[in-house]
Design a protein around this ligand. Structure first.
Ligand SMILES: Nc1ncnc2c1ncn2[C@@H]1O[C@H](COP(=O)(O)OP(=O)(O)O)[C@@H](O)[C@H]1O
Ligand SMILES: Nc1ncnc2c1ncn2[C@H]1C[C@H](O)[C@@H](COP(=O)(O)OP(=O)(O)O)O1
Ligand SMILES: [Mg+2]
Length: 198
């Protein structure tokens, strides 16, 4: 089974909470036909299923903490296998959250060709998340949890960017501009992605 994704093309998409990872991934998908897999979405689907495991996950996410590495890696791997036949490549959004996650992914699945780093100022992220919280229904889009998620991002996830920068595969996209104004930059990055992946 795992053989199906042995040579899969992989892009990690990393950035703070509310930086715009999901939004930019949708743009890349619409234009280049990659498969978008968000670790957070996969986890929320498990929560929505009402399973025992989902209840445990919900409690962790509500606190703004990271769920166990094995859980999220297994979910991503299963989702990749399910899409392997129809996929040109995978955008893995929200993973790795810490260097160890990247190392385990590479052991069990493969190496990324690119890391898209979605950068935004902390004030911007907080503002967007508070706004998103008005309608998202997400247990973690409240001010208290947002603060914890930001702290954890700087502590655990920023080192991921340094780690892959050392390999020369990081492309940084800054997205302070309004939604309409930012597509140019991702388009340029998208071209780069296509060149890398073809
Ligand atoms: N470039 C942008 N400019 C303004 N608002 C944005 C931008 N990108 C995303 N947003 C808004 O910020 C919120 C978080 O975006 P999302 O893509 O869900 O981020 P993430 O997946 O990184 O948490 C959403 O409500 C979205 O509409
Ligand atoms: N790779 C990962 N490892 C551990 N926990 C993760 C994870 N990806 C997501 N989670 C958990 C903890 C996060 O605070 C929560 C929401 O994640 P998310 O939807 O990716 O948030 P956002 O897109 O706002 O950054 O799910
Ligand atoms: Mg997201």
């Amino acid at each position: 089974m795992a053989d199906k994704i042995k040579d899969a093309k992989i892009i990690f998409v990393v950035g703070g909470p509310g930086s715009g990872k999901g939004t930019q991934c949708e743009k890349v998908v619409a234009k280049y036909g990659y498969t978008h897999l968000s670790s957070g979405d996969l986890l929320r689907a498990e929560v929505a299923s009402g399973s025992e495991r989902g209840k445990t996950l919900q409690a962790i996410m509500q606190k703004g903490e990271l769920v166990p590495l094995d859980t999220v890696l297994d979910m991503i791997k299963d989702a990749m296998i399910a899409k392997a036949d129809v996929s040109k490549g995978f955008l893995i959004d929200g993973y790795p959250r810490e260097v160890k996650q990247g190392e385990e992914f590479e052991k069990k699945i493969g190496a990324p060709s690119l890391l898209l780093y979605i950068d935004a100022k902390p004030e911007t992220m907080v503002k967007r998340l508070v706004k998103r919280g008005e309608t998202s229904g997400r247990a973690d889009d409240n001010e208290e949890t947002i603060k914890k998620r930001l702290d954890l991002y700087y502590k655990a996830t920023e080192p991921v960017i340094a780690f892959y920068s050392g390999r020369g595969i990081v492309r940084k996209v800054r997205l302070e501009s309004p939604l309409t104004g930012c597509s140019q930059e991702i388009r340029r990055e998208g071209m780069f992605v296509m060149k890398e992946m073809s």
